[in-house]
Design a protein around this ligand. Structure first.
Ligand SMILES: NC(=O)C1=CN([C@@H]2O[C@H](COP(=O)(O)OP(=O)(O)OC[C@H]3O[C@@H](n4cnc5c(N)ncnc54)[C@H](OP(=O)(O)O)[C@@H]3O)[C@@H](O)[C@H]2O)C=CC1
Ligand SMILES: [Cu+2]
Length: 460
C-alpha cells in the first residue's frame, strides 16, 4: 500500500476540491465547501451549460486533475462512465455520496461497485446520510453526523478533515464493506420506533374495544342508557393510562427476563435470543411512548372539572340534596384514598418526566454511565412502583369486591395492573440477597461453565 498511500497527503485549506455532478447535492456541497474556505472545481458533462455554480466548471478529465479528493455527486447508474477516466482517477480519493431509492436494488453496495470499477482509486463512503437541503442550511443538531467508511485509513482521514471543517461530526464505520449498512440508513423510517408504536396501537385498540363494550354497549343493552358521549374523554382517559402503565412495565420486563435467563444458564457468556435483544434495544422508545400517553392522561384528568357532564352531575346532586334537606357525611378514609392516589400519580409522573429527559441524547451524553443507569434503572423501578400503586389505590375499594366481577366485567385498569405487578414481583425476587449475590457473580464472569463448548469459544 505504501506507494499508493503516499498519494494522499494532508491537504491545506487552499487546496481545491473537486465535485463531479452539478445537481442538487453537488451544488449544495460546493456551496458549503466554498463557505468553509475551499476552492471548488466542478466536473460536468456540460461545463458550458450547467447553469450558475459557486465556482469554476471544467470537463471531468480536467477537473479531476485539479484535486486529490473528488466528491462524486452523481447517481450510481451513471458510474460506468468513470471507467474511461481511470488514468485521471487512479490514486485519487473518490468520495461516494450515493444512495439508492430502494433496499437491495443492486447486488453490491454502491461504494463496493465503484471500488471494483476503479481498483486503483481510494473509495470513501461519506455524507450519504445528509440531505442537499440540510447541507445548504448549515449544520444543525439533527444533521451534524456523517458516517464514513473506506479501506484506506489515510483517504478516510483526508475526507474526515474536510467533513470536520464543514462542522460535521464524523463517525468511522470501518472498511468499504460497511457501505451497504450506510446506504441503508437513509431508507429507514424510525426503525427503533416500529415495535413500540405497534404495541401502543395494538394495546390501545384492544383496550378501547374492551372498554367500549364494557362501559358503553353493556350499559345501553342492560340499562337502556345512552352514555356514548363518554367515548371521547372518559374512555380515552382510561385507555391512555392503561396502555402507558403496561408499556412502562414492558420497558423493565426484558431486563428482568435477561437476568432470570442468566441465572438459569449460570453464565453471561451466551447470547440472548434475538427477540429479547430487539426488545431491549427499543426500551427507550417504548418508555417515551409510555410517557406521551401518561401526559395525555394528565391532560385529560385536568379537564375533568370543566366537563359539562361532571358540572351537571355535581349541580344536580347538590340541588337534589338541598331539596331533600340532606347533607353528605365527610369520609376520612375516602379523603385519604383519593389524596393518596393523586399524590402517587403526581410523583410517578414527575419521575417519569425525569426518565424521559435523561434519555435524550444531549442529556444522557452529559451523564456518566453510573449516573445514567442509576436514573434509568433504580429510579425507573421507583417510577413503575409509584404508577402501579397509583392504579391500586384508584381501585382500592373495588379490589375488596373483586369476587363480584366476572372476567369480562373487570375494570380495564385492573387488567393493566397485571404486567407491572409481575415485573415488580420478579424484580423483588432478584433483589433477594442470595439471588442478587449469584447474579453479581455471573455478571462479573466469576461463574460460568467452562465445559460448555460455546462458552469456551467466547472465553478464548
Ligand atoms: N439530493 C440529496 O439530498 C442527496 C443526494 N445524494 C446522492 O447524491 C447523488 C446526486 O444526487 P442529486 O444531486 O440529488 O442528483 P441530481 O439528479 O440532482 O444530479 C445528478 C448529477 O449527476 C450528473 N449526471 C447525470 N447523468 C449523468 C450521466 N449519465 N453521466 C455522468 N453524470 C451524470 C449531472 O451533472 P452534470 O450535468 O453536471 O454532469 C447531474 O446534475 C446521488 O447518488 C444521490 O443518491 C445523497 C444524499 C442526499
Ligand atoms: Cu391516573
Amino acid at each position: 500500500m505504501g506507494a499508493k498511500e503516499g498519494a494522499v497527503s494532508p491537504h491545506s485549506r487552499e487546496e481545491s476540491l473537486c465535485i463531479f455532478g452539478t445537481g442538487d447535492l453537488g451544488r449544495s456541497l460546493g456551496h458549503r465547501l466554498f463557505q468553509s474556505g475551499y476552492r471548488v472545481v466542478y466536473g460536468s458533462r456540460r461545463p458550458d451549460s450547467c447553469g450558475p455554480v459557486p465556482q469554476g466548471v471544467l470537463n471531468h478529465a480536467e477537473a479531476a486533475q485539479s484535486s486529490r479528493i473528488i466528491f462524486l455527486c452523481i447517481n450510481r447508474e451513471h458510474y460506468s462512465f468513470l471507467q474511461a477516466l481511470a488514468p485521471q482517477l487512479n490514486g485519487k480519493v473518490l468520495v461516494d455520496v450515493s444512495n439508492n431509492p430502494e433496499k437491495d436494488m443492486f447486488p453490491e453496495a454502491n461504494a463496493v461497485y465503484l471500488q471494483r470499477l476503479l481498483p486503483e482509486a481510494y473509495v470513501v463512503k461519506a455524507l450519504n446520510t445528509l440531505s442537499a437541503w440540510g447541507l445548504q442550511n448549515g449544520p444543525s443538531d439533527a444533521n451534524r453526523q456523517t458516517f464514513i467508511c473506506g479501506d484506506s485509513a489515510e483517504a478516510k482521514q483526508a475526507v474526515s478533515e474536510v467533513c470536520t471543517r464543514l462542522g460535521l461530526l464524523v463517525l468511522d464505520r470501518g472498511g468499504v464493506g460497511a457501505s451497504r449498512e450506510l446506504e441503508d440508513f437513509p431508507l429507514q423510517l424510525f426503525p427503533m420506533w416500529k415495535l413500540p408504536m405497534r404495541i401502543a396501537v395494538g394495546l390501545s385498540g384492544a383496550f378501547f374495544f374492551y372498554l367500549l363494550i364494557r362501559d358503553v354497549i353493556y350499559t345501553y343493552v342492560y340499562e337502556g342508557k345512552d352514555v356514548s358521549f363518554r367515548i371521547l374523554v372518559s374512555l380515552a382517559n382510561k385507555v391512555f393510562p392503561i396502555v402507558s402503565l403496561i408499556m412502562l412495565a414492558l420497558c423493565y420486563l426484558p431486563g428482568v427476563m435477561a437476568a432470570l435467563l442468566q441465572l438459569h444458564r449460570g453464565t453471561k457468556y451466551r447470547r440472548f435470543p434475538d427477540w429479547l435483544d430487539r426488545w431491549m434495544l427499543c426500551r427507550k422508545q417504548m418508555g417515551l411512548v409510555a410517557l406521551a400517553l401518561a401526559s395525555l392522561h394528565v391532560l385529560y384528568t385536568l379537564i375533568i372539572p370543566i366537563r359539562y357532564y361532571v358540572r351537571y352531575r355535581i349541580g344536580a346532586g347538590i340541588i337534589s340534596q338541598a331539596l331533600k334537606n340532606q347533607t353528605t357525611e365527610f369520609f376520612n378514609i375516602l379523603a385519604w384514598r383519593t389524596d393518596s392516589y393523586y399524590s402517587m400519580g403526581v410523583l410517578g409522573f414527575a419521575l417519569f418526566i425525569l426518565l424521559g429527559i435523561t434519555s435524550l441524547p444531549s442529556v444522557s451524553n452529559a451523564l456518566s454511565w453510573r449516573e445514567f443507569s442509576f436514573i434509568q434503572s433504580k429510579l425507573g423501578y421507583v417510577t413503575l412502583f409509584l404508577c402501579t400503586l397509583h392504579g391500586y389505590l384508584y381501585g382500592w375499594d373495588k379490589f375488596l369486591h373483586l369476587y363480584s366481577y366476572k372476567w369480562y366485567t373487570l375494570p380495564g385498569y385492573m387488567l393493566s395492573l397485571v404486567v407491572p405487578t409481575v415485573v415488580l414481583g420478579l424484580k423483588l425476587l432478584l433483589l433477594l440477597p442470595c439471588v442478587d449475590r449469584r447474579l453479581t457473580r455471573i455478571r462479573r464472569g466469576w461463574e460460568h461453565t467452562p465445559q460448555d463448548p460455546s462458552v469456551q469459544k467466547l472465553l478464548i
